[in-house]
Design a binder for this molecule. Structure first.
Ligand code: HDD
Length: 712
């Protein structure tokens, strides 16, 4: 049955949901039993020889329970161990038949179920969401032609050009092997040692040191497929394609000081944010965009399309928006779904194919391989979250945890005993045929010289940033390198920054007490033992543009306060009208409004109404909010005597957030902030709720950082 025959999802006809439903269990109203179905009478006491005697080996109920418990854990992902996921739907805006025959990209009536998992890279499963790190952005499309996985990151380029360097990169960035320190951080010697010797990492390192490395929310990140893939149409014609996800809420980040504090206050900040948004019905949405490059334009660019350390500026190839993903359901069970989902860039459907990007080629091996140890054998495709919508028929058999019961004698092809089944599918029946690419080359272990430009795009990225974004990036370099103990490593990185931007190198060098040195030798990557370093000259390509607007987050959409967390800081005696109007207005705009008061329980307004307090000043912190508002009334005097309330305002101000108060609430602002800052951009006072709302839309007022005045 075609998926679109069962739409819409809202009526419960989501084929993936139906499939998962068969495996979903709910114990409401049921009696407890063992794994063998035996009803359990006593789940409180083990079987003993006398009520004070030893437990008996005979107690199969105890043994079963403890044995299962003892084996509950599986190996975490070698990278991207920490993640959160959600179900959703992909809708196509326009048929792309001119480029690809993939059905889910051709029929705008098809609703494709998806499962998306976001992750950090470096930390363990239980580590903080607040790391400065690349974020994974993996989406599994359950199409009627099989699973298609777009295994992407929130940055459009990668650290290395060849998969053979991946274990080195990961060993360098992971906690150091002798003491397993630091967790969820790249700010340590081994990572920067590697970076300092591998100039190809510089582009991704620039993105990592930028605010992209500390997103405000998974819901406010872009996603990038990075590699050039191929679209193949019905006529067998190929186009190169790069995939983009663009969040409808815009691209926003936190500030680094805030991240470090949230790591203590709410280390699950991103996980909670995604979960709560979906629970509240504020479904996160992304547009899917494609950059399509005709095959004949392969060599038209001043960089190699097969080089995953290069992006294609949108000014050169515009991103065409072709569809939308909406995440609308949280998983029922974290382990069964989020932990056991297995992504793979090699899960493709007819109409999509690979290129010879050497990083992609290596990935095609790694992802299945890793599931064998992580998920315990070759049948992980049978785990419900990984099952394709089409039923699987082939001659693969047996192995650990096999679920499918295959009938018949023939488990080989060709056969007559099974009537020749299952049959191979012709292309017209949807059978996958690899793109036929003519290769006429020597077998050789070498990198193309077209991959030797390591600095033109880091410079482009830096030039595209606003002043405050550049400042954040400089500070991030100084912070990370400041944590590096080996001074020559710091020096090498600062030297390398000279190749990106002299000013950048000097500023970072200055913060570290180092003078950048231009080396007589060209900077080279790791070089094969027999090769001559002179053959590894890095060159800096001339790009047709100096800056690219979409690379700066300052140019993102800032037109909504939807899902923004706004604290209403108050206490007993708050003015009824001031309180209710602000609360109602913000809620109507879909902001997440929380009442913060000195104590839990209820806040009593001057008029005697009572409102439940969401969090007390003891548990709440400004860092988990986007903005704060102080309504007037007797409450303000109470708050002025509470240092936590004063700190709340000062800290929100320090992190450049919108701070609002009416003509009475402003008194609290006056003791928390310097006088000349009340009012100032983003500090809105008087009866100017509209202006406060506009300020929240702006996300942050980074100009405050130029004269840091609040030591919060
Ligand atoms: Fe990878 C996981 C993204 C290069 C090997 N990768 C993983 C995940 C994401 C990415 C989002 C988490 C998937 C999930 O949520 O389960 N990886 C990327 C991107 C890359 C990239 C965007 C470069 C363009 N990865 C890459 C290389 C290799 C791997 C070059 C190995 C040669 N990646 C893995 C892995 C992981 C993985 C070890 C760990 C867990 C898993 O696969 O399922 O196989």
């Amino acid at each position: 049955m075609k998926i679109n025959e069962r739409e819409p999802f809202e009526n419960g006809a989501n084929p993936k949901k139906e499939q998962l439903g068969k495996f979903t269990s709910d114990s409401q109203g049921e009696l407890m039993n063992t794994n063998q179905g035996l009803k359990i009478n006593d789940d409180q006491n083990s079987l003993k020889a006398g009520d004070r005697g030893p437990s008996l080996l005979e107690d199969f109920i105890l043994r079963e329970k403890i044995t299962h418990f003892d084996h509950e854990r599986i190996p975490e992902r070698i990278v991207h161990a920490r993640g959160s996921a959600a179900h959703g739907v992909f809708e196509l805006f326009e048929p792309l038949g001119q480029y690809t025959k993939a059905k889910f990209l051709n029929d705008t009536t098809i609703r494709t179920p998806v499962f998306a998992r976001f992750s950090t890279v470096q930390g363990s499963r239980g580590s903080t969401d607040m790391a400065r790190d690349v974020r994974g952005f993996a989406v599994k499309f359950y199409t009627e032609e099989g699973n298609y996985d777009l295994v992407a990151n929130n940055m459009p380029i990668f650290f290395i050009q060849d998969a053979i360097k991946f274990p080195d990169l990961v060993h360098a960035v992971k906690p150091e092997p002798d003491n397993e320190i630091p967790q969820a951080a790249s700010a340590h010697d081994t990572f920067w040692d590697f970076v300092s010797l591998m100039p190809e990492t510089m582009h991704n390192v620039m993105w990592l040191m930028s605010d992209r490395g500390i997103p405000r929310s998974y819901r406010m990140m872009e996603g990038f497929g990075i590699h050039s893939f191929r679209f193949i149409n019905d006529q067998g014609e190929a186009h190169f394609v790069r995939f983009h996800w663009k969040p409808l809420l815009g691209v926003h980040s936190l500030v680094w000081d805030e991240c470090q504090r949230i790591a203590g206050k709410d280390t699950d900040f991103h996980r909670r944010d995604l979960w709560e948004a979906i629970e509240c019905g504020h479904f996160p949405e992304w547009h899917l965009g494609v950059q399509i490059i005709p095959a004949e334009d392969e060599h038209k660019f001043p960089f190699d399309l097969l080089d995953p350390t290069k992006l294609i500026p949108e000014e050169l190839v515009p991103v065409r928006i072709v569809g939308k993903m909406t995440l609308n359901k949280n998983p029922d069970n974290f382990f069964a779904e989020t932990e056991q989902v297995a992504f793979h860039p090699g899960h493709i459907v007819p109409g999509i194919d690979f290129t010879n990007d050497p990083l992609l080629q290596g990935r095609l091996f790694s992802y299945t391989d890793t599931q064998l140890s992580r998920l315990g054998g070759p049948n992980f495709h049978e785990i419900p979250i990984n099952k394709s919508i089409p039923e699987v028929f082939n001659n693969q058999r047996d192995g650990m945890h096999r679920m499918q019961i295959n009938k018949g004698k023939a488990s080989y092809n060709p056969n007559t005993l099974g009537g020749g089944c299952p049959f191979q599918a012709m292309a017209a029946q949807g059978g996958f045929k690899s793109f036929e690419e003519r290769i006429d080359a020597s077998k050789i272990r070498r990198r193309s010289k077209s991959f030797f430009d390591h600095f033109s795009q880091p410079t482009l990225f830096y030039n595209s940033l606003t002043q405050h974004e550049q400042r954040h990036l400089q500070d991030a370099f100084a912070f990370e390198l400041g944590k590096v103990k080996t001074v020559p490593i710091r020096q090498r990185v600062v030297n390398m920054l000279l190749e990106v931007d002299e000013n950048l190198a000097n500023i970072v060098g200055n913060k570290l007490g180092l003078i950048p040195q231009r080396l007589p030798q060209p900077i080279t990557d790791s070089i094969p033992a027999d090769d001559n370093p002179a053959d590894y000259h890095s060159f800096k390509a001339e790009l047709p543009i100096d800056a690219s607007a979409p690379l700066s987050m300052a140019n993102t959409v800032k037109d909504t306060i939807k899902t923004r967390r706004i604290a209403i800081l108050t206490a007993d005696g708050v003015n009824d009208e001031a309180f209710t109007v602000v609360k109602k207005t913000l809620c109507e705009l879909d902001a997440v409004v929380k009442i913060i008061a000195p104590f839990h329980g209820f806040v009593k307004t001057a008029g005697g109404d009572e409102y439940p307090v969401c969090e007390s000043l003891l548990t709440a912190a400004s860092v988990v909010f986007d903005a704060v508002y102080v309504p007037g009334g007797g409450s303000v005097q109470t708050l002025m005597t509470r240092p936590e309330a004063v700190h709340f305002i000062a800290e929100a101000f320090k992190h450049c957030k919108a701070v609002g108060a009416d003509s009475e609430g402003v008194e609290l602002l006056k003791i928390a902030l310097p006088h000349d800052m009340v009012p100032s951009p983003g500090v809105v006072t008087g009866n100017n709720l509209d202006e406060f709302i506009e300020a929240v839309k702006q996300h942050r007022f980074f100009e405050r950082e130029e004269n840091p005045v609040v030591p919060a």
